[in-house]
Write a protein that binds this ligand. Structure first.
Ligand SMILES: [Zn+2]
Length: 326
């Protein structure tokens, strides 16, 4: 019998996207759903394909950098696996928080109360505010820099201002040629919604420059399945710069008049129509250029919402387009 509406349990119509570029993919996961690999010497990284964490396996114990809940108990398995292979202790003695967000820190409580937790002063303030038992606040905090020495290894923690979050830090491993900077560059992939859900747009856009000022070869970005390179940061910067340029062009070329004329007494409707038009105008050439180059560039909400976020920052942070009433 023919019916005009599909049954309620039918599969929704889902869009197709171009294949993920081979270069964006990482190593295969094991049966438990994780991969652990050596960055250099005794620095290791762990991924579940979507999130990343890292640890130093020293003779005095393991220093963990972030504890994403999606990796969860596999962090313990990865540490045990490496400690056994390397012949070092598997005790996690230190945990460094990159920033306070639960998606990178929500398995911190799995490592007990006796470990030394280190983070930015703002991370402590935010974790005390959020009062989430899975993310106990760091006991050791710093404002600008914190040189960390464990088991003969050195790590330089530094704060260069707000970016993705108000408290996101740079974790430099000078003797492992590596930099860990979370939620800024998704190596091989575009940022997700709204410029990777970033709170400080100029800070986020400037962060890769800060990262490039450090000497390193391996980039631990916190997301997706592989480590990054300096070329990944350059490509990300180009993608963002193209959105900024395209946003300026769209602001200068889309005429708001028809929207305000049509909606008259409803200026919010006019704002919505106008900003939607500017955003689509600005995002379209960027989506076309990066489809097949950066994975998920053709997932429309990502580049489009990121373009909207950048447009608002151009207006609100930089003051472009603000006109004083005569
Ligand atoms: Zn975050």
């Amino acid at each position: 019998m023919a019916s005009s509406s599909p049954p309620a349990d039918s599969t929704p119509l889902l869009p197709n996207y171009v294949p993920v570029p081979e270069a964006a993919l990482g190593p295969a996961l094991n049966e438990q759903g994780y991969f652990v690999g050596r960055v250099e010497r005794n620095l290791f990284w762990v991924t579940d394909g979507t999130y990343q964490s890292a640890f130093l396996a020293t003779p005095d114990g393991v220093v963990l950098f972030d504890a994403p809940p999606t990796i969860g108990h596999n962090l313990r398995r990865a540490v045990d696996e490496v400690a056994a292979a390397e012949g070092v202790a598997n005790t996690v003695t230190h945990l460094v928080y990159s920033h306070h967000h639960a998606d990178h820190a929500g398995a911190a409580n799995l490592f007990g109360d006796d470990i030394v937790r280190i983070g930015h002063a703002e991370t402590r303030r935010l974790l005390l505010r959020d009062n989430d038992p899975t993310r106990p606040a760091p006991q050791i905090t710093f404002e600008d820099r914190h040189p960390l020495q464990v088991g003969g290894e050195r790590v330089e923690l530094a704060y260069h201002g707000p970016n993705h979050s108000p408290d996101n830090i740079y974790i430099h491993f000078p003797d492992h040629d590596a930099l860990m900077l979370i939620d800024i560059v998704n190596s091989g992939w575009v940022p997700i919604y709204n410029l990777n859900l970033s709170e400080d747009v100029p800070g986020y856009i400037g962060a890769p420059d800060q990262a490039m000022a450090y000497p390193w070869k391996h980039y631990i970005g916190g997301h997706l399945g592989r480590l990054g390179t300096r070329d990944d940061l350059v490509l990300h910067q180009q993608y963002i710069a193209d959105i900024v340029d395209s946003a300026h062009t769209a602001l200068a070329s889309v005429d708001p008049t028809p929207y305000f004329r049509k909606y008259g007494a409803n200026p919010w409707a006019a704002v919505d129509g106008y900003l939607d038009a500017v955003t689509s105008h600005a995002a379209a050439p960027v989506i076309a250029k990066y489809t097949g180059v950066l994975a998920a560039a053709d997932v429309p909400a990502f580049t489009t919402s990121t373009t909207f976020t950048i447009l608002q920052s151009i207006r609100l942070d930089l003051g472009t387009g603000s006109q004083v009433h005569p």
